[in-house]
Every structure is written in structure tokens, then in C-alpha cells.
Write a protein that binds this ligand. Structure first.
Ligand code: NDP
Length: 260
């Protein structure tokens, strides 16, 4: 069951938010919810048709949105996307750095291409987004406006999950990076945070590498009342709606019934 929307009104009015991995799952839900709460949103991912649908829905509801088809592992393309957002909407003040992939395999299987894919997206892609948008966030903060860098990590960052070593390593990187960036950027009034979700019902299991594993994860997801993308979107919106001197920095969100 999805979380009831807790926030009301337009507490994010005037905010300019960018989300990566916005064509499905948490990124898509976040874009629509933030727009509903008053933010202008730019949605980034590779599947342009999905992004266009989100923009259409946001605009139909009276909001402002733009879609940018971009592979975030391409640093120049992410920089071009940041320039496009600046030209159309102005200075980005919220970045939901969320694109990621999870591929399940044992280390001795030596699926080195899958290792690389996760490192390229979950680490290098995340860094490309930070490089392109950080100047916007520091500008926004310097003008006395809110500024949020919110990275999607995972409970995998701190837990021992079988056959997920590479994925978990990339998420541990994100959680530790977040702590370090908070120390560097907090004094400039840029809030830095990581959301570490447990199981969320999204397309993630469809990209894990083989159909048996997809089925196994989907069975786990269907076995309990897992999180929905809307739950993460509401959490994100709450973090962004807080007064700018309050930085909720490391947020673990479990489905209540999830044991491990
Ligand atoms: P989805 O698979 O639904 O979303 C992943 C998003 O990343 C899609 O929008 C996809 O869009 C985008 N993406 C993938 N590759 C690229 C790329 N090269 N360039 C740009 N965008 C890309 O899954 P979730 O919503 O679950 O995943 C969001 C984040 O949440 C990930 O970082 C994931 O690791 C994390 N997470 C998920 C959990 C879960 O249980 N679902 C638990 C904990 C963390 P497109 O294919 O169109 O490019």
C-alpha cells in the first residue's frame, strides 16, 4: 500500500529540481510528486518516451517540466543537460542523483562486464551528475536559497547481501561520499544526503542479469508489504521542504516487514 501523501500545499514552490533515473521507479515518482508540491522539474534518463509522458502529466496538472534524454555515464552529455536546464529554468537547487543498476552475480562468475556496468553508472554516472550540477547548488546556496544534493544509496551499502558484492560496493561508495561531501558543502549551506532504501517495488529486478534472479527478487517483493516509489518520493519531498538549516543526511527507509 502506498504512503498517503503527507505534505500539502506547495512547499516546494520556486524550487528547480533535477532527477536522474527519472523514467521509472523512484525517480519518476519523485518528479511527479515534487512537481505536485510546486517544484519545476527536469527529468533525465535514456528512455525519452517515458520522460515525455511524465512531462505531459506534470504539465496537464499545471506544473512545469522538461525531459532530457541522456546517458549519465556520458560526462559531456550530462554537462550539456545541465546547460539546457539552466537556459530553460535557471539555477538548479535540488538534485536527486538516483540513476542506478543492480546486477546479481557471484564474484567467481567473473562477470566483469556487469561489474563495469554497475561501476560506470552507480559511481561514474553519479559523479558526472555532481560535476555538472554542483556549481548550480553552490550558487543557489550563496544566494540564500535552499540547495539539496540527494543521492540514492541502498541498505546494501551497510549490509551483507549474497551475490551483490559489486552493487553493494558501489552503494557503500555513495553513502561514504555523501558523508564526506556533507562536511565540505554543509558550511556553504548545501545540504547533502543519501537515501538508503530497502526493498522498493520498481523495475530494478528486471535488470539484475538473469530471469531466475529477477523472479527470485520479485517473489521477495511480493512476499511482504514493500515500499512503493511514492514512499521514497514523499521522503525526498519532506527532506527538501525542511528549513534550509536542517539537513536530514542519512536516511534509511525499510519496509516495516523486511527482515534483512
Ligand atoms: P528503476 O530500474 O525503475 O530505475 C532506474 C532508473 O535509472 C531508470 O529511470 C533508468 O532509466 C535509469 N538509468 C539506467 N541506466 C541509465 C543511464 N546509463 N543513464 C541514465 N539513466 C539511467 O529502479 P529504481 O527506481 O529502484 O532505482 C532507482 C535507484 O534506487 C537506483 O540507484 C537503485 O540502485 C536504488 N535502489 C533501489 C532499491 C529497490 O528495491 N528498488 C533499493 C535500494 C536502492 P533508463 O533506462 O530510461 O535510462
Amino acid at each position: 500500500m502506498a504512503m498517503t501523501a503527507l505534505l500539502t500545499g506547495t512547499p516546494l514552490s520556486g524550487r528547480i529540481a533535477v532527477m536522474s533515473g527519472a523514467s521509472s521507479g523512484m525517480g519518476a515518482a519523485a518528479a511527479e510528486r515534487l512537481a505536485e508540491l510546486g517544484a519545476t522539474v527536469a527529468v533525465l534518463a535514456r528512455r525519452k518516451d517515458r520522460l515525455d509522458d511524465i512531462v505531459e502529466r506534470v504539465e496537464a496538472a499545471g506544473g512545469s517540466a522538461m525531459a532530457i534524454a541522456v546517458d549519465v555515464t556520458d560526462r559531456a552529455a550530462v554537462q550539456a543537460a545541465a546547460d539546457q536546464v539552466a537556459e530553460r529554468f535557471g539555477t538548479t537547487d535540488l538534485v536527486f542523483n538516483n540513476a542506478g543498476v543492480q546486477i546479481v552475480s557471484g564474484i567467481e562468475e567473473l562477470k566483469v562486464d556487469d561489474w563495469q556496468r554497475q561501476i560506470d553508472l552507480n559511481i561514474s554516472g553519479l559523479m558526472n551528475v555532481i560535476a555538472a550540477f554542483l556549481p548550480h547548488l553552490t550558487d543557489s546556496a550563496a544566494q540564500g536559497r535552499p540547495a539539496d544534493l540527494i543521492n540514492t544509496s541502498s541498505i546494501a551499502a551497510t549490509r551483507i547481501l549474497p551475490r551483490l558484492s559489486i552493487y553493494s560496493g558501489t552503494k557503500a561508495y555513495i553513502s561514504q561520499l555523501t558523508r564526506l561531501l556533507r562536511v565540505e558543502l554543509g558550511p556553504k549551506m548545501v545540504r547533502v544526503a543519501a537515501i538508503e532504501p530497502g526493498m522498493v517495488d520498481t523495475e530494478l529486478p528486471d535488470h539484475v542479469g538473469n530471469t531466475d534472479t529477477s523472479q527470485y527478487i520479485n517473489d521477495l517483493i511480493n512476499g511482504i508489504d514493500v515500499l512503493q516509489s511514492a514512499d521514497i518520493a514523499e521522503t525526498l519531498a519532506f527532506m527538501a521542504a525542511l528549513p534550509r538549516h536542517v539537513n536530514l543526511s542519512e536516511i534509511t527507509v525499510f519496509p516495516t516487514a523486511q527482515a534483512l
